[in-house]
Design a protein around this ligand. Structure first.
Ligand code: HEM
Ligand code: ISQ
Length: 144
């Protein structure tokens, strides 16, 4: 898909806003996921004791995911396509992650970035994040 310099810059801005307080925004992210999909608690061992922002595994996994969305935007701008590591496809197919779950994570991502970005949030930013996420999710699912 076509992805402009502007769209990539918007996704970068959102990522930087998340990075400004990773523990805080990780709580927003996981809480939103668990509200919609309580069973996610059983998928991630680091949620066993609840959403604890001082658990380094919890923040590291969130940071990794947000970072991959940002990488996805960079790939889209550079080439119009996203390539995901084969290992990423393998992990998710092994856990039988489905489209409904991809949607829950997407909605949590958008909600979290909206809170992080604050007044700079716009439909254009939201749209750019959603395209970057959707193309990344599609690249992961290609390996199924
Ligand atoms: C593992 C990224 C969507 C469930 C992983 C890993 C990455 C990753 C990088 C490797 C371990 C880590 O560093 O966290 C992504 C990305 C997604 C996505 C970029 C969306 C575009 C999902 C969804 C689910 C899910 C929708 C299900 C709710 C899992 C599980 C693991 C995993 C269960 C294994 C965790 C473990 O046991 O360590 N994912 N993921 N992922 N992901 Fe995702
Ligand atoms: C999906 N895959 C890997 C890590 C994650 C962290 C939080 C929410 C979803 C995730």
């Amino acid at each position: 898909v076509a992805f402009s310099d502007k769209q990539e810059a918007l996704v970068n801005d959102a990522y930087e806003a998340f990075k400004a307080d990773i523990p805080k925004y990780s709580v927003v992210f996981y809480t939103s996921i668990l509200e919609k999909a309580p069973a996610a608690k059983n998928l991630f061992s680091f949620l066993a004791n609840g959403v604890d922002p001082s658990n380094p595994k919890l923040t590291a996994h969130a940071e990794k995911l947000f970072g991959l969305v940002r990488d996805s935007a960079a790939q889209l701008k550079a080439s119009g396509a996203v390539v995901a590591d084969a290992a990423l496809g393998a992990v998710h197919s092994q856990k039988a992650v489905n489209d409904a779950q991809f949607l829950v994570v997407k909605e949590a991502l958008v909600k979290t970035l909206k809170e992080a970005v604050g007044a700079k949030w716009s439909d254009e930013l939201s749209g750019a994040v959603e395209v970057a996420y959707d193309e990344l999710a599609a690249a992961i699912k290609k390996a199924y």
